[in-house]
Design a binder for this molecule. Structure first.
Ligand code: 5AD
Ligand code: SF4
Length: 475
């Protein structure tokens, strides 16, 4: 997907502090209200915005107050066992709220829907509605069914659905940065991963609808779009009569051409699929951010083979070299799994050395969690004891902390173009923004008359492991 985990640092920062988009939340014209919570990857957050659009059409307004809601939805994640446990706990709490308000409908959306539909509906009677990621268009009918007391379910996966024509309603937006989904599903079959089963086959969205959505965001004042997909580099769209094909590099260029003032990001890249053409397109346009999320998962070739990642350690490291060659100032981050089936201490050391070689600015790090139905569950034994997994993960986390600090220290004294996203978490006297490399920079507002969505030149004077600290030197 490699989606970003719950919740990416990136997203947390973006959400903090700022006012929520008024158009999504303070509409009084709606008689009914829905409350939605999203878990897991960025894709799920993006899907919730599609759901919000479908529900608005049906006369449901969004609310951030559960007590006001007629419909409570949880957009769920199955990627690790912990994510599922969190959702179950939350559902039990909502189920109790229903005792006070019997008409309240509770629904599960997203990746847990298919896997747990029978259990959630029948055995545990926790929910009224279960809707899979490709069935959101059927929500209106399902809500009607649920309102009459029937259990409403649609978890069918589709080979075509991309929701291309649905204009997402931005939820919890800072008004500056937005996510645009460019494809759905995944064909990769990494052996640890449940996503191909919960989200189905890969399909690419109509390139014109993507460019139209990004242009519309820009016209509404947004300054950054992140193109989202489980594996964006395999984006490939062909028009109806086959006369036009669009690769990911082509798409990036089309979005970059909307305006030099609109930043473009993307996530996630699979090391096997990211091409030189993509790297050269990034180099050509200043507004395509110099940041690549390139999950390694493991630094050992035997483990990578068991994971079905289809590259070797050497191949991955050569890809990092190529990125540094074409884009010398590019930020690189990773996803890493500790303690996959049969992983030895030496193989774990290979992961640490690959991290050190790649000098990641940031990583999302996990210990292996066996998922039902995956290739790994069927073929291999989850044989690394939990305490060993946790210890290896801690070593990975410690090393990443060191690498992040070193990477930030290299930026001391440098000046970056920063897009202001809002107030800093700590103080309303400081702005928080990001540079092209996706690093968070905090700096005093001073006497400048700036607002979020503005670009500003910031010189870095100090840093922590996670944040650069600077001052405005020019606007
Ligand atoms: N156990 C642990 N981590 C996993 N991921 C995916 N599946 C699993 C699993 N079963 C991680 C991968 C992926 C990220 C989104 O989550 O690193 O890239
Ligand atoms: Fe990502 Fe692999 Fe899972 Fe696809 S199968 S979502 S590429 S981890």
């Amino acid at each position: 997907m490699e989606t970003l985990d719950l919740q990416s640092k990136v997203h947390d920062e973006a959400r903090q502090g700022e006012a929520y988009a008024p158009f999504a939340f303070d509409e009084n014209q709606y008689k009914k209200h829905f409350y939605i919570e999203s878990y897991g990857c960025q894709m799920n957050f993006s899907d919730s915005e599609i759901v919000a659009s479908i529900l608005n059409e049906q006369g449901f307004g969004a609310t951030r107050n559960v007590e006001e809601a007629d419909l409570v939805l949880l957009n769920t994640c199955s990627i690790r066992e912990k994510a599922e446990q969190t959702v179950r706990k939350r559902l039990t709490e909502f189920r109790k709220a229903k005792d006070q308000k019997p008409g309240l409908l509770i629904g599960v959306l997203g990746c847990m829907a298919e896997r747990l539909k029978a259990k959630l509906l029948e055995e545990e009677k926790l929910v009224d509605l279960v809707v899979g990621p490709d069935a959101y268009r059927t929500l209106p009918g399902l809500i009607e069914e649920a309102e009459t007391g029937q259990k409403a379910v649609n978890v069918l996966l589709s080979r075509e659905e991309t929701y291309a024509d649905i204009s997402p309603v931005r939820l919890d937006s800072n008004g500056v940065t937005a996510f645009v989904s460019i494809m759905r599903g995944c064909n990769n079959m990494c052996s640890f991963c449940v996503v191909p089963f919960t989200r189905g086959r890969e399909r690419s969205r109509d390139a014109y609808s993507i460019v139209a959505e990004a242009s519309d965001l820009y016209n509404r004042g947004y300054k950054e779009v992140t193109l989202l997909g489980q594996n964006v580099d395999s984006y490939y769209w062909v028009n109806d009569n086959g006369s036009e094909t669009v690769t990911f590099a082509n798409l990036l260029e089309r979005v970059a051409l909307i305006s030099t003032d609109l930043r473009v990001r993307f996530s996630t890249s699979h090391p096997k699929d990211i091409t030189d053409e993509v790297l050269f397109t990034m180099a050509k346009y200043e507004n395509i951010c110099k940041y690549i999320h390139l999950p390694i998962q493991s630094g050992n070739t035997r483990v990578l083979q068991l994971m079905n990642r289809t590259y070797t350690r050497e191949w991955y490291l050569a890809k990092v070299d190529r990125i540094r060659e074409i884009l010398p100032d590019c930020g690189i981050s990773s996803d890493i799994i500790a303690g996959f089936c049969t992983e030895t201490e030496e193989e774990h050391q290979d992961t640490l050395s690959a991290m050190a070689y790649s000098k990641y600015d940031m990583s999302y790090m996990f210990f292996y969690s066996e998922r039902p139905g995956t290739l790994a569950e069927r073929r291999y034994t989850d044989d690394i004891p939990e305490e060993v997994k946790k210890r290896r993960l801690q070593e990975i986390v410690d090393l990443q902390g060191k690498l992040s600090k070193e990477s930030n220290q290299k930026d001391l004294g440098k000046t970056f173009k920063v897009l202001i996203e809002g107030n800093s978490k700590r103080s309303d006297d400081d702005w928080m923004g990001r540079n092209s490399q996706n690093k968070v920079i905090v700096f005093p507002k001073g006497n400048y008359n700036l607002k979020k969505g503005d670009y500003v030149q910031v010189k870095v004077n100090d840093c922590t492991q996670a944040t650069l600290i600077g001052e405005i030197i020019a606007i």
